[in-house]
Design a protein around this ligand. Sequence first.
Ligand SMILES: NC(=O)c1ccc[n+]([C@@H]2O[C@H](COP(=O)([O-])OP(=O)(O)OC[C@H]3O[C@@H](n4cnc5c(N)ncnc54)[C@H](O)[C@@H]3O)[C@@H](O)[C@H]2O)c1
Ligand SMILES: O=C(O)C[C@H](O)C(=O)O
Length: 419
Amino acid sequence: MARRHLSPETAVTRGAKSEEGHSGLLDPLYPDGETSSHEVGGEGSTSRRGRRPLAAGTGSGPEGSRLTVDVRRPWGCGVEEGCSGECLCARSTEDASPTAISMAKVTIIGATGNVGMFAAHTVSEIPYVSEMLLVGRPGREDFLGGCCHDLSDSFAARGTHVRLSYSTRLADAEDSDVIICTAGVPRKPGQDRNDLALENAKIVAETAETIGRCSPDAILFMVTNPVDVITAVALKYSGFQPRQVFGLGTHLDSMRLKSLIARYFRVHVSEVHTRIIGEHGESMVPLWSATTIGGIQIHNLPTFSGLPVQEMIDAVRTSGQAIIKDKGSTVYGPGEAIATLVRTILGDENRILTVSSYITSEVHGIGDVCIGVPARLNRNGVFPVPIRLQGDEVTGFQESVQKIRTITTEVMERLEEAR
Ligand SMILES: NC(=O)c1ccc[n+]([C@@H]2O[C@H](COP(=O)([O-])OP(=O)(O)OC[C@H]3O[C@@H](n4cnc5c(N)ncnc54)[C@H](O)[C@@H]3O)[C@@H](O)[C@H]2O)c1
Ligand SMILES: O=C(O)C[C@H](O)C(=O)O
């Protein structure tokens, strides 16, 4: 697969050209109509990977907050250079990142669902995405076609272009750089995410096996719940390396806590840096030791003593179910969180975000489980960052790991029995 490599400078030039109305570059290797899936390109849809979308960048600061200064500087505003991760973990030659930024194909599996559909919109805004494939189940062709049509109208309004296609065949995900999986049943009011484990594991095991065969170099991003268990299933059945598979994990929970803290202290969300690790679920663990406001450790703020810590954590724990009860599903939070992570990978940003990742011994020697931990994300995938926790955080994390490990083992056994 030929790739077009863009340095940041060429990226600007091409963005500017598109703004003036140029239709983009022709890639003679990939004329229109070559893919087996259904394509919905706007007028002037020309190359498979070579288009430079016009979308403004929306860079992410600590734990994913968007920095407005990033607009139209998709490679970052420079202020993040200090948190590239290199000071925290030695880089091996294995994970050395490419220096040029290449355009990417992103596939969304489960694209007819609430989260998949909105993720298609948010991911299409990422300036490194030149091609997007929406995958749904057989029988949903009209719906998928309608989604592509609707999205391409939004591109016209936004002034961007991403080459869009849809398919009901997973094999068309071939050559994807990132594959996002939102396929699976969502919980109903009153259910726990873990109630979905076996049903969704069956769907994901089959999906991951196919992806492992047809797109062996992709990075597989799991959203389906219970996301930690499902990430482990995807890792096993894809046959991928651990760096290639991760889940949305506690990134969304971290965003929810960030929002509550910012509101409490009446500061802009970008001033708050916080993390929740462990299960994306009941046993999640807030890291107050890693929480800062305006760069000041939260314990050093006199007002911290008045912070309703337990209420805040309870609110984060119950956020998903509260939204599901009121409006049926969570969409905007996960959709934006998905885009932040995809952008961090495709932009080779090396930011440290909290995702569900396979750990060996990075957190207090605990390992052999997929769970929410701080990890460095770049074009080569996801690399958990070795950390030490403080006080209650250690026992909280151990308990969370134990819970997820038990459910994962049970699900893996049941999957094997069923096959
Ligand atoms: N990790 C997170 O933070 C997070 C956030 C939101 C949603 N989710 C999870 O994402 C999943 C999707 O949520 P949603 O609200 O979009 O649900 P939805 O019902 O709107 O969409 C489900 C999607 O999965 C597909 N699907 C269902 N059964 C399938 C099967 N047997 N084979 C193939 N595809 C199948 C459907 O066609 C649809 O595209 C759920 O598991 C939900 O819990 C996770
Ligand atoms: O809560 C859910 O079931 C959906 C998702 O995990 C969320 O937290 O929004």
